[in-house]
Design a protein around this ligand. Structure first.
Ligand code: IFM
Length: 767
């Protein structure tokens, strides 16, 4: 039977491509840093990466990207003078695992050399209790008495896409602690790595060679005896708030961890993980494949959730490396935030705060990007200060090697509305207005201000229009009246107006201060007018289909297969000026359907079906964000089998590592947290039928055929609920600690949920 709490692989497959993919699949992270699923003895060629959250650097004119730290989990073993590596031919057995319960990576490899056999085992985790800390347990056992040399310490040979990022590197030994430090090129930020070990055997000397700061442990291993040591490493950067020098903080952290011991560190780590799963696990009965894939997806989200108080967000490739410049996209607000909002709002806070923290960056972008833009134009690819990392030439052409002009940065303006919607969702679902008062309302008003400056008033039509944009479908650039974009812009005006009304009622003084601070009072009537008069393409009266943008229906019809058959290069880009998709109706990813999902309560099942039927055959699903939007919408009109396939595809994307690795000439390998969030969304909000707004939670389950039951946890307005759905009944268990009675709507029927009192109702799944 499948272990539903772990992932394992037997055998080692060499080759760059499979090492890269396995590095993604088996990665671990703790919000502060990510460690790719590579082996102890590996180096930069095998893409070992310890990617740090929220610290970026630029070297020369290369892309700015997150900094990778020196690798303090490095260990290499020699048996009778022969260096052992899973890459060599001396492996007789290899297995590796990832434990979902506590994000611990483990490997066991048996090597043979000089007629002797050595079994190497290690496990590695990044502490969920102490974000700067990582721990490795390492052991060797020889079948015959043998001479073993272990080199362990900090490897400063770092894998980078556009590095190296650390200069002035120094390697020292402070008593028993190894220390490495360097500073970044651009902002001279220090990165300090310390390492200490618990070594109960052998003799140790110190060596600094090949850009490594190492301990060399000589051991005369007895036959059959296991020799185990523990490594503790800490990473600190100038981004950390510590009241002592960084080196001291790093040394102290590893010394304290060593004093606490591996068991003590592990207990704290496991306890944190138990708390996370308690809130966030989803149990599916009757479908192990879905259960396993969904749990893996949830694990990915839990691992990369920002550290409390960091106001960091989650990049599109999370902490799996430097792909996409470590930047935050709309992926976070639209695909990941719902998971955190509905399970662990304390993590959602960080994601939302990140957009408050980067408001000035969005203002800078508005000022510099366009003619007379005002307010907040959020970065398409946002880094630590909110400036746009997206370049005007963001995709490489594999035919010419030249960079292609893309308009993601300057025309994908829906990002601003996505941010405003997320800010408002946080408020609606948590009932917590503190973020609105601490910058959230300012973000919202500046977003509305931006759209007002971007929109055109068409006198002849008596309406505002949003022109010259790119919607989520990036193959059609610079289009007019893209339904998705116009809809989120209109929504932004509505949210801005609602924010003002809310503050006027509840915090009039704060409102006055804010309006004066950003000098926006005089613009408020325009926002009200724009909410009413902004044009959004409507469903066709006969077919119900919404035209994705002006003129879309006139484009050439083609199937995805026909288009792909015309490709001359496997990595050629289908968009930009002359890509194959540009003149056709083939779209990269859900666009109208993404809108129907985002604002799901606004559209009838009939409209959803009409648009799904029309756009699905024309969608390449060239982005990992696409399938879950189609799954969500399909559920609403009862297309459960289709939805299930798309759900599974989404939930398995990182587990199976089946995705594009190049777009044009740009390397794209890494994890897909938006798809992880999309998988959760489809399971809980889709099949579980959860729809929450500021007034109530509605539950309209539509379990797919295989699922006997679905259990999950729900956070709403500061209170907690456990939900269990079977094919005919639904049980709500409100936490005893809940502050108030809530009325949920189950299949349209009001159900009172009193603290600590479980309630079960029968329901009939909606058709
Ligand atoms: O944000 C997405 C975009 O919608 C499609 N290309 C990839 C980006 C990052 O995931």
């Amino acid at each position: 039977m499948k272990n539903l709490w772990s992932l394992s692989a037997n055998g080692f497959v060499g080759g760059k491509e499979s090492i890269m993919r396995r590095g993604n699949v088996y990665q671990i992270a703790n919000g502060y840093m990510g460690y790719r699923g590579t082996l102890d003895e590996f180096g930069p060629d095998e893409l070992v990466g310890i990617t740090l959250a929220g610290i970026f650097d630029r070297v020369g004119s290369a892309w700015r990207e997150p900094v990778n730290a020196p690798n303090a989990a490095f260990t290499r073993v020699s048996l009778e003078g022969v260096e052992l590596s899973a890459l060599g031919s001396r492996v007789t057995r290899h297995e590796q695992t990832l434990n979902f319960a506590n994000a611990v990576f483990g490997r066991k490899t048996v090597f043979a050399a000089k007629a002797k056999t050595l079994t190497l085992e290690s496990s590695r985790w990044l502490s969920a209790a102490t974000p700067n800390l990582g721990v490795v347990t390492f052991s060797v056992r020889c079948a015959q008495a043998a001479r073993v040399t272990i080199r362990t310490g900090i490897d400063c040979n770092i894998w980078d896409l556009n590095g190296p990022h650390l200069r002035q590197m120094t390697a020292e030994k402070h008593g028993p602690v190894l220390l490495v430090q360097g500073v970044t090129h651009e902002n001279s930020k220090r990165v300090v790595v310390a390492e200490a070990i618990d070594l109960p055997f052998g003799t140790e000397t110190h060596e600094t060679t090949d850009n490594r700061n190492l301990r060399v442990i000589q051991l005369r291993a007895e036959a059959g005896r296991t020799y185990t040591f523990h490594k503790y490493f800490a990473v600190f950067t100038d981004n950390d708030t510590v009241n002592k020098p960084l080196t001291e903080a790093a040394i102290e952290t590893v010394q304290q961890a060593r004093a606490l011991g591996r068991e003590g560190c592990r207990e704290r780590h496991d306890a944190e993980w138990a708390r996370k799963w308690e809130r966030c696990d989803v149990e599916i009965a009757g479908d192990d494949e879905a259960q396993h894939a969904l749990r893996y997806s949830i694990l990915q989200l839990l691992m990369v959730a920002p550290v409390r108080g960091s106001a960091n967000s989650i990049p599109a490739r999370a902490l799996s490396g430097q792909v996409y410049k470590g930047a935050v996209f709309w992926d976070t607000e639209i695909f990941m935030l719902p998971f955190f909002l509905h399970t662990d709002p304390e993590k959602a806070v960080e994601l939302v705060r990140y957009r408050i923290k980067t408001l000035d960056g969005a203002r800078r972008k508005a000022k510099t990007e366009g003619p007379g833009y005002r307010g907040a134009f959020y970065a398409w690819e946002s880094q630590e200060a909110g400036d746009d990392a997206c370049t005007y030439f963001n995709v490489g052409d594999p035919f010419t090697g030249r960079d292609l002009r893309t308009h993601f940065r300057d025309k994908q303006v829906h990002i601003t509305g996505d941010v405003a919607i997320a800010m408002w969702e946080y408020f609606k679902l948590t009932g917590d207005d503190s973020l609105l008062l601490e910058g959230g309302a300012e973000v919202i008003l500046e977003c509305a201000r931006f759209y007002y400056s971007y929109a055109y008033f068409k006198k002849d039509k008596g309406r505002y229009e949003i022109l010259d944009v790119i919607g989520p479908d990036e193959y059609h650039e610079r289009v007019n009246n893209n339904a998705f974009t116009s809809m989120v812009a209109k929504e932004t005006f509505a949210i801005a107006n609602a924010t003002v009304a809310y503050l006027r009622r509840n915090h009039p003084k704060a409102l006055r201060t804010l309006l004066a601070k950003i000098d926006i009072q005089g613009e408020l009537p325009r926002f009200r007018e724009a909410e009413n008069l902004l044009y959004v393409p409507a469903p066709d009266a006969r077919t119900g289909v919404i035209e994705q943008f002006d003129g879309y229906f006139q484009l050439k019809d083609a199937t995805v297969e026909e288009l792909k058959a015309k490709m001359v290069h496997p990595n050629e880009y289908l968009g930009a000026a002359q890509g194959l998709a540009v003149a056709t109706k083939i779209i990269k990813q859900a666009d109208v359907v993404a809108m129907l999902n985002l604002l799901r309560s606004r559209f009838s099942a009939k409209i959803k079906k009409a648009n799904w039927d029309y756009y699905e055959p024309r969608t390449e699903h060239g982005s990992s964000l696409s399938a879950c939007a189609y799954a969500m919408v399909a559920i609403e009109f009862g297309h459960l089998d289709f939805a299930y396939n798309y759900f599974l595809q989404t939930a398995k994307i990182d587990l199976e590592a089946k995705y594009k690795v190049y777009v044009g000439t740009v390397f794209m390998g890494g994890s897909h947290p938006a798809a992880n969030g999309g998988a959760w969304m489809t399971a809980v909000l889709g099949f579980g039928g959860v729809q929450a707004d500021e007034n109530r939670v509605a539950l309209n389950p539509r379990l797919c055929r295989k699922w006997k039951s679905l259990r999950f946890h729900l956070a709403y307005k500061g209170d907690d609920f456990r939900i269990r759905i079977t094919r005919t009944s639904l049980t709500i268990v409100p936490s005893r600690a809940n502050a108030r009675i809530h009325t949920f709507l189950v299949a349209g029927r009001p159900v009172k949920c009193r603290p600590g009192r479980s309630v079960t109702v029968n329901y009939r799944p909606a058709k």
